[in-house]
Write a protein that binds this ligand. Structure first.
Ligand code: NAP
Length: 757
């Protein structure tokens, strides 16, 4: 697509892969009036003309840049000093000069020397994109699209020049980042230069061996994958290792320490250390990619880190109308308990073997945080995790912010737990988590003596200053919130004396129950839970029940779809969680709890649900906190019920992963369901409804709720942005389709299948 030219005349000096692709993109999109090249070789210029990349060219660099308002230098870094000197005499007064060199510190110094008074109009840059091929024939107009470009302006760089270069890269389709040159060189040394060095070195090392032909003949996929980048241009890499010498050496030293630790673990046959390194690396990879994109772990799995390019594939659910649900299906482990199992097992003495762990992204964010704080955690593998506890005072300074992804539970509970540590921590999250309120947790913790800063408007990032002495308090929760209660109790583990919390209405008590399961006494007296700081948690075994919040979609689906009968085995039926069953039963649902038993302090049962005609009700307000996460799917039950259903006292829904009242209302409007929105709830009039396209706003529970609505819709329902379903219910689409929902997933990356750790 053509745009208005941003520069009148652009000179590209060095017309290889990087310069040629830049020229191609400018011409393709009409971003420059004229594109001229400067090159030492006439042949390259001829090729550039023949390929249609440039309008004209010159071997005299001063001539090439004459009259240009932008000059892009893309020769090897080692040639830049002489190139700058050669082109400088031709520069027009206001011309902006920028470059594409892979090393910034050295190039900036060369430019400063050669460009003289023109230096402030030099904007150092580095496109993080490339190919193993080089030369002008490899030029590609799309090379920079959806890739990053790092600009590294210095103190005396002209701001307007930087802005114009950034605008050009954005128009080309790149994402522009700015950072200090030293930071750029260090980061690139660690993430790009070191891996290339290792690849070159491994091939060279093996090739030097006597039987190298044998090795290469039998080289398996691992060798090929690892050494692919050793096919890159030796000249360019030679320059990079020389020009970024100091940072490359530092990165190499860091790696030498790491490989020495690995070597020692292999030598000593230290299985725990080996598992620790590899499982940390395994999830850290997903974690870093998520950090990189500040998006959820699901999306991270879809990104291609070779070039910094992220290919977001955020699937769409398309659900055909009608059908019924039948069979027996086990929904994944409870999310709340999965979070807490990692936290408490990490703080326990000895190891804990967890089964039924939910390998969803939120719980994985918690798991990664504890790995970052030095806890050795094996797995997860098929819901099995082994945590080698470090004791109440064994966590270590992570040395960097802890990334919580999309998980509010992780962030709020960890704020409490970290308030009592000896070190400082910072908690960050993705875009949606970064909008959620954190002051409600920070306020009571400050009363205990914690030092906590929240970001703008009381939102993340949350900075927790360590080394504080905490005092036990009594806290009357102003609103029913299990997360706030849990945060205060977890801080109470580190406080002097008793910490107690009284709640205005019952909320989930998994923290209290699980502390008991780890042998830590918690007194419960009516609405108050109390514990005394300074005790010990003991590791053991923990079987996490299936999550009633996930089961809720099927409870509603089977209730509303005539002819359905489903059994959902081993579901946690903790009385602080069964609000959804109570509400659905009040509406006339046919749900039975069979085979009730106890699993590690938590009651579980097999739920049997059959379709039944539902009727509208006024939802009792005391049930609202006990069904808070399940309310979106209750809205769907209400839309299928006879008469109207009224929900009040649910303002909490507005600050979940999305404003669940409004987002559900918008979806209901699309389907043609009559409703009225209140500040703290909704009134829904049941009846027949149609289909349409619904926006989930990346909220997993909204997506799954509307998927179930299709069972009674008159036309297909399309649900956008369903990637986050994996945060709480990995495998939802497959299980639902297996039970009879006519659900098809569009735009899903096959690489996602079966990956979880
Ligand atoms: P390339 O395809 O080999 O092109 C290099 C260009 O520079 C060619 O036009 C070449 O001219 C010219 N050149 C080589 N030595 C020269 C010298 N001594 N004096 C004047 N001109 C000379 O390399 P590239 O991949 O485009 O890389 C160019 C720059 O981009 C480098 O600074 C590199 O660090 C950076 N970069 C590369 C990548 C990547 O993945 N390739 C990624 C980001 C940044 P001839 O046509 O006459 O040979």
């Amino acid at each position: 697509m053509k745009s208005a030219p941003l520069f009148r005349r652009v000179a590209v000096i060095g017309l290889g892969l990087i310069g040629g692709s830049f020229a191609a993109a400018l011409r393709d999109q009409g971003l420059a009036g004229t594109v001229v090249a400067g090159s030492r070789s006439a042949r390259t210029l001829e090729q550039g003309m023949a390929l249609g990349l440039i309008d004209e060219g010159s071997q005299d660099l001063a001539l090439a840049v004459r009259g240009a308002d932008l000059v892009f230098v893309s020769t090897p870094v080692s040639a830049m000093a002489s190139v700058f000197a050669a082109l400088a005499p031709g520069l027009a007064e206001g011309a902006i000069v920028t470059d594409g060199g892979s090393v910034k510190g050295a190039v900036i110094e060369q430019a400063r020397r050669a460009l003289g008074h023109h230096f402030p109009r030099f904007v150092p840059g580095h496109p993080i994109a490339g190919k193993e091929k080089s030369g002008v024939e490899a030029a590609d107009a799309t090379l920079y699209r959806q890739h990053r470009v790092i600009l590294t302006p210095v103190a005396d760089t002209d701001g307007e020049a930087t802005r114009r270069v950034a605008a050009l890269w954005s128009a080309i389709g790149a994402e522009v980042l700015t950072m200090a040159p030293e930071h750029h060189d260090r980061v690139l040394a660690e993430t790009s230069h070191l891996p290339h060095l290792l690849a070159f070195s491994l091939v060279d090392t093996l090739a030097r061996q006597g039987d190298s032909t044998e090795i290469f003949r039998y080289a398996a996929g691992g060798f090929r994958d690892f050494t692919r980048i050793a096919g890159s241009d030796p000249v360019m890499w030679h320059d990079i290792f020389r020009e970024n010498r100091r940072a490359v050496l530092d990165a190499l030293d860091l790696f030498r320490d790491g490989i020495e630790r690995f070597r020692a673990a292999v030598r000593d046959n230290d299985s725990e250390a080996l598992m620790g390194i590899m499982s940390r690396a395994n999830t850290a990879r997903a974690h870093f990619l998520a950090m990189n994109t500040r998006s959820s772990y699901t999306r991270a799995r879809h990104s291609d880190d070779e070039t910094g390019m992220t290919q977001h594939s955020d699937p769409t659910f398309v659900v055909a109308p009608g059908g019924r649900l039948q069979g027996r299906l086990r929904v994944p482990g409870d999310k709340s308990m999965s979070h807490r199992s990692i936290m408490l097992a990490s703080l326990a003495e000895g190891s804990t073997e967890i089964s039924g762990f939910l390998e969803g992204e939120d719980a994985l964010a918690t798991l990664q945080a504890f790995r970052d704080m030095g806890v050795v955690i094996e797995g997860p593998h098929n819901g099995r995790v082994v945590v080698h506890g470090v004791g109440l005072h064994g966590l270590r300074d992570p040395g960097k912010p802890l990334y919580m992804g999309n998980s509010g539970t992780s962030m709020r509970l960890l704020t409490g737990l970290l308030a009592g540590q000896a070190f400082d921590t910072e908690l960050t999250g993705d875009e949606s988590l970064s909008k959620r309120p954190m002051e409600r947790v920070a306020a009571p913790l400050r009363e205990m003596g914690a030092a906590i800063d929240t970001g703008e408007g009381g939102r993340p990032p949350v900075r927790i200053h360590g080394g504080r002495t905490l005092e036990g308090i009594h806290y009357d929760l102003p609103m029913a919130s299990a997360q706030v209660k849990s945060a205060v109790l977890l801080a109470g583990l580190y406080a002097e004396g008793d910490t107690s919390v009284t709640e205005p209405a019952p909320t989930r008590d998994h923290t209290e129950r699980m502390l008991g399961g780890f042998g830590y006494p918690v007194r419960r007296d009516g609405a108050t839970a109390t514990l005394r700081g300074g005790g010990t948690l003991s590791g053991g075994r923990l079987d996490v029940p299936a999550d009633i919040s996930s089961a809720a979609f099927f409870l509603v689906g089977a209730s509303i779809a005539e002819g359905s009968e489903l059994t959902l085995p081993h579901v946690g039926v903790n009385p602080t969680r069964t609000g959804v069953i109570d509400i659905l039963k009040l509406m006339g649902a046919d749900i039975r709890l069979e085979n009730q038993r106890d699993a590690g302090g938590e009651p579980v049962a097999d739920l049997v649900v059959k379709s039944a005609p539902l009727k509208g009700i006024v939802i009792p307000e005391e049930l609202v906190p006990l069904a808070i996460d399940e309310l979106p799917v209750v809205f769907i039950a209400a839309a299928c019920a006879e008469g109207e259903t009224v929900l009040r006292g649910a303002e909490e829904l507005r600050v979940k992963e999305s404003d669940r009242i409004q987002v559900m209302a918008d979806g209901l409007a699309t389907l043609g369901v009559e409703h009225e929105v209140y500040e703290d709830g909704i009134r829904i009039v049941g009846g027949a409804f149609g289909g349409g396209e619904v926006e989930s706003h990346g909220d997993h529970r909204i997506a799954m709720s509307f998927a179930m609505a299709a069972l009674r819709a008159g036309a297909p329902i399309t649900i956008r942005h369903c990637a986050n379903v994996a945060t709480s219910f990995p495998g939802f689409a497959g299980l639902a389709a297996g039970a009879g929902l006519a659900l098809e997933v569009l735009g899903q990356d096959t690489a996602d299948a079966g990956e979880s750790a």
